[in-house]
Design a protein around this ligand. Structure first.
Ligand SMILES: [Fe+2]
Ligand SMILES: [Fe+2]
Length: 284
């Protein structure tokens, strides 16, 4: 099959930018991530320019109506993994790993630390929602930091000044601290900017333990899990569950190494995990 010419070029730049913003405390130097030159920084900023302007409350309502019915495609776990892998990323000459390998590096690091099997499975599947790109969605509606819509955009979100041209920032219904929400209403009541996290959560919400669902749904919500910027919307359960989101984040962000995992050798283990937790075919 011809690979899809839909490069996730911004994805790696986003992740490099994340590692520059949140360096691995266990590594002495993150220079290679911090010192990337300005064309790459400009690309990240241009990406957020679109993301911050177009992610509005109405846009999220529209995308939820389109994707939450899960009528796009039915696939086994491995079919979904292979489908995601048809996304080519030609932006990163140093670390030439495909999507499956990123997933396996994340999950194998979780497994090596002796965590429960559902946590390992979560590491393996956490980015499957990026198949949104293959359904023709623009990158600004697939990857990037996520944040609540329907209330004031926090200045703890990356490039906060770029929200200036988001219509919601100038709409009194949405631009107060609480906006359309009640204090401590709980994140389940809160609409998040649309992307791969929220999409995959809906596809898997009936199958995995609650901590796993939180990790999937909020792993790009850096303004909360790193900055605590939305405590006023969180309830007690959210705070408890965000311990898992925080535990997951380093595995996502810091396990990229140039050594490729052996996909064929690992496949049976992950197919067994899928058989234990997931239906044979997942509706996307
Ligand atoms: Fe992700
Ligand atoms: Fe990831």
């Amino acid at each position: 099959m011809q690979p899809n010419k839909n490069p996730l070029s911004i994805e790696d730049l986003w992740e490099d930018d994340l590692r520059a913003r949140y360096p691995n405390p266990k590594e002495k130097s993150q220079e290679e991530f911090r010192n990337y030159d300005s064309p790459e920084r400009d690309a990240v900023k241009a990406f957020y320019q679109e993301n911050h302007i177009y992610q509005t409350y109405d846009f999220v309502v529209q995308k939820e109506a389109e994707f939450k019915p899960l009528t796009k495609r039915r696939m086994t776990l491995w079919e979904a993994v292979e489908f995601l892998n048809t996304l080519i990323d030609d932006s990163d000459p140093d670390i030439d790993l495909d999507q499956t390998q990123h997933l396996l590096q994340t999950s194998e690091a979780i497994r090596a630390d002796g965590h429960p099997d559902w946590f390992v499975l979560t590491g393996f599947i956490h980015d499957l929602g990026k198949i949104l790109c293959l359904f023709g969605e623009p990158q600004w509606a697939v990857v990037g930091d996520t944040f609540p819509v329907g209330c004031q955009f926090s200045d703890k979100i990356v490039y906060p000044e770029l929200f200036e041209n988001n219509p919601d920032a100038n709409n009194p219904q949405y631009n107060t601290k609480l906006g359309v929400y009640k204090e401590h209403c709980g994140l389940d009541e809160v609409k998040m900017s649309w992307g791969h996290d929220e999409y995959l959560y809906h596809a898997l919400k009936d199958y995995l333990p609650e901590p796993a669902l939180y990790m999937i749904r909020y792993h790009s919500f850096y303004a909360q899990h790193r900055e605590g910027a939305y405590d006023h919307l969180m309830n007690k359960k959210d705070h408890k569950m965000f311990k898992w989101v925080k535990l997951f984040n380093p595995y996502d962000l810091y396990t990229k190494s140039p050594t490729a995992p052996n996909v064929n050798a690992l496949r049976p283990y992950y197919e067994d995990l899928a058989a234990k937790y997931l239906p044979n075919e997942i509706a996307f």
